[in-house]
Design a protein around this ligand. Structure first.
Ligand code: AMP
Length: 424
């Protein structure tokens, strides 16, 4: 118990964490290029926020939330997703007063009580963006292209973008009726969850993963044929924008996404060879959500991408990180320790990563450690060279070495590195 993390959670250890940092760097750089600013919201919120926005009948709210009472008997919930929190923050902090559209992004942990399996955790992480204040299909396309570019920069070139429009409050009720009529004669054969969905939210029958339910959907009316003129025009402009940006997509009429707040555009990115958990991210428009949470009617659109799954998908692709240390300072004898300490401090002060021995190792063992740490240079201090006021600088890859005066050594290393960097 004491040495086991809770089910569905995991440690991200050195060696793996470098991949996370690189992924986060790519996300942050891209968001900067696309003019999205970072927002950090609390890890827990009032339970009601998710009940109202995500929807009482969704799997997330009905079955997967980590909710608890605090010491003042308030019901709080570890965030299962972040769109609701960002909308809450947008309203609470009056971000609607900023020039529109307001474009935000986040990276952080989410919590869902679900059956853990490969690619599905109870604490997992998402990189997401949200943009408020514009109905333009070009903004939908921008958001999709940001995600697409993110996967591309990670070396994931076989991502499939699935796209659908689920209409708005004007056209969806008509489609819902069509769907109900179609499912009426088949409802006894639906799975237990879908029998409930049939009553509360029949659209969600469309993305049920049960084979039995899927087989009942042959010939089902497609939502895109029921869109009102405004939603149909929005959807066709979005498709044109994507084509214009050379972003390939596949229309999936069964894609509705599990959350209640979506309107018009919905999309999902899937990866190959990930088995059942092949969804690498998804999103859509939520033009009614801000109003539902108590604000003025404000359109919104966003996505959330699952970091664990993306890193799993990157395993087979070009995404190798070799953490390295710039300099390892080794000593021949302990008399050199003080000079080693000063040199390490000086190098670090110049922005050069370096380390030294703290375990009284022999020189041979120190050099071995430098190799394990993938050090670029090793400085060897002590012995005859030190008596002459010098030290040895050895390049680890070529084995080339030189002696250099201790005074000015840090600066010499710094200058050499600068020159190497500028010729790379
Ligand atoms: P959602 O918020 O359900 O639309 O999920 C967006 C993305 O988050 C999914 O496409 C997955 O990549 C990821 N995701 C969702 N749930 C989990 C989970 N339990 N474990 C790991 N990743 C998840």
């Amino acid at each position: 118990m004491l040495t086991k993390a809770p089910r569905g959670t995991r440690d991200i250890l050195p060696g793996e964490v470098e991949r996370w940092l690189l992924l986060e760097d790519i996300a942050r750089n891209l968001c900067c290029l696309y003019n999205y600013r970072e927002i950090r919201t609390p890890i827990f919120e009032h339970t009601e926020l998710f009940q109202r926005s995500v929807g009482e009948d969704t799997d997330i709210v009905a079955k997967e939330m980590y909710s608890f009472k605090d010491r003042s008997d308030r019901s709080l919930t570890l965030r299962p997703e972040n769109t609701a929190s960002v909308v809450r923050a947008y309203l609470e902090n009056k971000l609607f007063g900023l020039p529109q559209p307001v474009k935000l992004y986040y990276i952080g942990p989410m919590f869902r009580y679900d059956r853990p399996q490969a690619g599905r955790y109870r604490q997992f992480h998402q990189f997401g963006v949200e943009a408020f204040g514009s109905l333009a299909p070009a903004l939908d396309a921008e958001i999709i292209s940001l995600a697409y570019e993110f996967y591309r920069r990670l070396g994931l070139n076989n991502i499939v973008l699935e796209l659908n429009s689920i209409g708005c409050e004007n056209c969806r009720p008509r489609y819902r009726d069509l769907l109900k009529n179609f499912l009426e004669t088949r409802k006894e054969k639906l799975c237990r969850d879908c029998r409930n969905r049939f009553i509360n939210n029949p659209l969600r029958v469309l993305d049920c993963k049960e084979a039995g339910c899927r087989s009942l959907l042959t010939g089902i009316p497609k939502i895109v044929t029921s869109l009102c003129p405004e939603c149909a025009a929005h959807f066709s402009s979005l498709k044109e924008e994507l084509t214009n940006m050379d972003i390939p997509y596949k229309i999936n009429p069964f894609l509705v996404r599990g959350l209640d707040y979506y309107t018009k555009t919905v999309f999902e990115f899937t990866g190959e060879s990930l088995g059942a958990q092949n969804s690498l991210g998804g999103g859509g428009r939520y033009d009614g959500l801000v109003e539902l949470c108590g604000g003025q009617p404000t359109p919104g659109i966003g996505f959330a991408l699952g970091i664990e799954r993306i890193l799993l998908a990157c395993k087979g692709e070009k995404f190798k990180i070799n953490p390295s240390l710039q300099v390892y300072v080794a000593v021949i004898d302990r008399e050199a320790d003080k000079i080693a300490g000063r040199l390490v401090k000086e190098l670090r002060g110049m922005g050069i990563s370096c380390d030294r021995d703290y375990l009284d190792r022999s020189l041979k063992a120190q050099l071995k450690q430098a190799g394990r740490l993938n050090a670029g240079l090793v400085v060897i201090l002590g012995g005859r060279e030190m008596q002459e006021g010098k030290g040895i600088i050895r390049q680890m890859d070529s084995g080339k070495q030189e002696t250099y005066p201790l005074a000015g050594m840090a600066e010499y290393i710094w200058k050499t590195r600068e020159q190497e960097d500028s010729t790379k």
